[in-house]
Design a protein around this ligand. Sequence first.
Ligand code: F0G
Length: 470
Amino acid sequence: MSKPIKTMGEQFNRRSWAEPWKIKMVEPIALIPREERQQALREAGYNTFLLKSADVYIDLLTDSGTSAMSDRQWSGMMLGDEAYAGSVNFYHLEETVREVYGYSYLVPTHQGRGAEHLISKAEISAGQLVPGNMYFTTTRLHQEMAGGTFVDVIIDEAHDTESEHPFKGNVDIDKLEALIREHGAEKIAYISLAGTVNMAGGQPVSMANVKALRQLCDRHGIKLYLDATRMVENCYFIQQREEGYADKPIAEILKEFCSYTDGAWMSGKKDHLVNIGGWVAVNDADLFDRLRNMVVIYEGLHTYGGLAGRDMEAMAIGIRESLQDAYVRARVGQVAYLGTLLTNWDIPIVRPVGGHAVFLDARKFYPHLDQEVFPAQTLAAELYLDSGIRSMERGIVSAGRDPETGQHRHPKLELTRLTIPRRVYTEAHMDVVAEAVKAVYENAHKARGLRMVYEPKYLRFFQARFEMID
Ligand code: F0G
């Protein structure tokens, strides 16, 4: 007699949890034949950003703008007040952000990089330094374009894929103090702190760390701004891992964390469960005045910032939904589930598993490949070829070139990201993904890497093209 199938809870020695929603509408997906995938990949220059979505089976390129909205959010879309000025939906969004994040003033933007553009331009003078907990591609570029230089002050553990440190997103306070001592506080534009550090593998920052940062900033008169893009997920890790927070709701943890910062920018396309939207919010009236004036140049009037009224309404509703503890547990739990499957098969991934994605350690998949033949890009291409699953390079291609020397930056982390959209895929999809990754891992010794044949000037990972090395 065959053994009964085990539930997830039995397999992982816990009580099972389930998503706090059921599915009302579905979108068909299909796996195209291998020869067609080969052709599609060649035409895309071995860059998963250049694949057509219709040629993708399970799309784990990003969790950005790929969420499934709820019936409540879709209902909100019907309440869009598409007035050029003073839309009802703007006031709803403003009130929601004030209440949930605690900041005084809100400026909406079309997405996260619109907000990064505004705050970088408003708060960085040419020649200033912007210390932060690891770079993010668009964030750093906007800081550089505003005349600043990003300085990485994340703890060393963040660069080690095997370290089990519970808060690998933390700022190294000693590194930061040394930087301030060396250059003086006036040379620091602000601290750029990200909740769950994307490029480190979705790793959280602890409450203790942000408190220590606040004290340091107060001593030196430096501003502390937060990239709140995945801050809800960060708060889940605080609740699970940090002493004193186990019984506190996510909403309360979020508000406390933000209270130690002077303002934040946001890509609503992640935590807020919408397909488009962002904002920047601050406490200082003078800074708000400057941001509000600038937004009309680059995004749109300060009561829509590049968004339709309906988009702002969906975002306001999504913010509330994102704070439900059962939702966050299922969201991060699904990522952890995929991570556990891979860990059980000894497949090298970034540990501990982060909030939004499982990051494959491409250096360990391909110990025979030099970083200059783009191991993580190669892995993303191989995974698509094997199974139609789309992932994203987060290694040397994403790191780009040093603006001073023109040389490739060589990040320690050479990762391929399997990013899980919110409320979109089931556990069965995760099983399919895990088996595909296993198949690619077993054939890894055959890979020869890629050669870059086209390189755009800015954010090259989006549009670069490659050829297979024979
Ligand atoms: N900050 C972080 C931490 C991000 O992950 C992103 C986007 C942004 C800012 C910029 O926001 O895309 O709305 O302009 N990350 C996406 C990703 C693109 O796939 O990780 P945006």
